[in-house]
Unconditional design. Structure first.
Lengths: 195, 195
């Protein structure tokens, strides 16, 4: 239904919800009964609860980005990502971003900027992706990543990163978003003569 | 584990999988038993199957983008998205993008470019988001959107769109990705003197 400019878009109401699967801490699946603004009631509207995560676009003083090659079981292939990971319970997103950058790459950053936070699935929910730009990097330690993953670090120029984004090397939506946001910030800075 | 530049990153092997929930066509939840490259076996690795979807960055000849204000139950608020929707069974992504643009906005486009396709959840899977740039738009019909949603169409300048992306009006990862990709294409074209 098209709403005219003068009227407001109305929200849905959740009348009840039933937990179908509790796989805490990774996910919980719910079936909700929702009432639409026009009064219709929809049963079995599926929603997901998942932990929030961070993705870090870490830009060196030489305008290189810290990329991570890894196998991810979602896309089921080796692909190019960025430092990223779930928030720990009660951890805030900035602290998680700083922790993941240090764990996965060994770098700390003096400049942090939140570029946005977005719900992963517009219909089902899931967690939020918190996208950070990190600058003024210093190599502080040996990387010590999540023990499930084999990773390969790669310092990537902005031109190469744009090519990876276009050629399919980047496989996941979270990494793609953070890369596009990071390239945008750089492009805007270039257009404004700041770089 | 850090892999040196000379060695290859190895993939995981799914030994078996068990369906936990079949909520076709919206989602199926699986529990997989996976073997990591180092030989460890992980039980209960959760994966999701969901339909692919398209998101369309539709740019008019006046450099305005067709935005859609709508309530989405994932983020549970009214927010700014783009024309988008699930692929129908056996539909290809370009056909879906063209159908969704026409249904939701009434526009057809003579120029279509795939900007990328990305798996929604790097760990769990889910569907792929197919991001399209549509140009050379023509208003062809009255909008006739999905009957669950109230929507409000909005022609948005690139400057305003950048502000919406930064101020929280955009709530979902798919829309944020498509907007960032679209703004990137425009910025690159501007830097190269094409606009």
């Amino acid at each position: 239904m098209i709403v005219t400019k003068d009227s407001e878009i109305r929200v849905w109401e959740t009348l009840r919800r039933r937990q179908l699967i509790d796989a805490t801490p990774w996910l919980r699946l719910w079936s909700e009964t929702v009432r639409l603004p026009d009064g219709r009631v929809i049963g079995d509207y599926y929603t997901l609860e998942q932990p929030d995560f961070v993705v870090v676009f870490a830009l060196t003083d030489e305008n290189e980005v810290i990329g991570i090659w890894h196998y991810k079981h979602g896309p089921r292939r080796v692909n190019l990502g960025l430092p990223a990971g779930y928030l720990e319970p009660s951890e805030d997103s900035l602290a998680a971003a700083q922790r993941e950058l240090l764990e996965e790459t060994g770098y700390q950053a003096d400049s942090w900027q939140l570029l946005g936070r977005f719900t992963v699935d517009g219909n089902r929910g899931g967690g939020q992706a918190h996208i950070y730009l990190a600058r003024q990097l210093r190599a502080m330690a040996e990387p010590n990543p999540d023990d499930l993953e084999e990773i390969k670090l790669d310092l990537i120029t902005l031109t190469e990163l744009q090519q990876h984004l276009e050629n399919g090397s980047v496989a996941t939506l979270g990494a793609a978003t953070a890369i596009a946001f990071g390239l945008n910030v750089v492009a805007q800075s270039t257009l404004e003569g700041k770089l």
